[in-house]
Design a protein around this ligand. Sequence first.
Ligand SMILES: NC(=O)c1ccc[n+]([C@@H]2O[C@H](COP(=O)([O-])OP(=O)(O)OC[C@H]3O[C@@H](n4cnc5c(N)ncnc54)[C@H](O)[C@@H]3O)[C@@H](O)[C@H]2O)c1
Length: 347
Amino acid sequence: MLRIGIIGCGKITQVRHAPEYAENSQCRLTAFYDFLPERARDLVAIYGGQAYDSVDALLDSGVDAVSVCVANADHAAVSIKALQKGVHVLCEKPMATTLADCETMARTARDNNLTLMLGHNQRLAKAHVEARKRVEAGEIGQVISFHTTFGHPGPEGWTGQKNSWFFDKNRAAFGALADLGIHKTDLLHYLLGESIISVKSTFRTLDKKFPDGTPISVDDNAFCIYRTQSGATGQMHVSWTFYGQEDNSTILYGTKGILRCYADPTYSLIVEHANGETEKLALDELTTNEKQTTGGRVSTGVIDTFIHSVLTGEKSVCDSREALKAMRVIFAAERSSLEDQEMIIEQ
Ligand SMILES: NC(=O)c1ccc[n+]([C@@H]2O[C@H](COP(=O)([O-])OP(=O)(O)OC[C@H]3O[C@@H](n4cnc5c(N)ncnc54)[C@H](O)[C@@H]3O)[C@@H](O)[C@H]2O)c1
């Protein structure tokens, strides 16, 4: 039975990590730590285990694996410390706030022969898994172009805090570009089975403001044009200013048809064949901020995948090597917008 610790006991821990560990029979939640001690204590009251007063105390308590669910700026330091102590890590996204830190995280896991997985749950969503199989089988032919979107009203609806760390460049480093863009960039790598090799992007703070009325210090919208190794070209729009229904759709346009993932409220995958036949599949519902903040919960599969990887030593689809590839694209997208030019990405 694996002993699990959680570092950072905020929203993602409360609605996903802790309940999903509790549902997995191969592990037990034994340790919690948060800057805010009452958050760790509240989870102990629900799940058992013990609250600790520092990262070190938690890591020295005999845990086999930890979830790192702290603010983005601390992902690297906490994850590297855990890996150096021989503890497997499931780190939330975005992996880290500098490319050098991402590389150090991946290297430390590799050198210590430990699992380092990222919370890239989009790879595990059923319609995406099915779409990947269809692309691999050549059902829509060669993918020519694509269109992926991830937009919702912003992290304040998720955390319940109007002025959260998500809006602070020093704690978050990026806004929508990495918060949501890492999910879709990594998903494109997964669905297409190839890497993005160039990006032209623009990111802006179009609407979000701090309570004093000044614009937040990170972007709230990012627009990227991506090109892959095979020449497929498409766009990603990620946004914290969709003040209505969340959009989490991805559409692939191929030489023999179209795949629509989470673009329809009923059918999570629609396959349109060039001969006019259409398949409509109701495979699952994607987790949305609203569903989780209002109590309904859809398991992401992230924790089961992590536990399996720790127990078997097998690399998961959300392994750090894949995450590193996607983070290279995000850092290139940041530079592209700042320097107003297309960036070529060495993968
Ligand atoms: N995979 C996903 O879809 C997804 C969704 C939401 C959030 N996230 C990621 O999860 C992480 C946490 O986000 P959240 O929504 O839970 O935020 P949150 O603000 O609700 O919770 C963060 C918690 O971490 C604590 N904390 C911050 N830095 C710490 C540190 N160094 N040591 C100990 N405690 C610390 C805070 O006190 C807070 O309780 C972020 O990196 C975010 O990007 C991922």
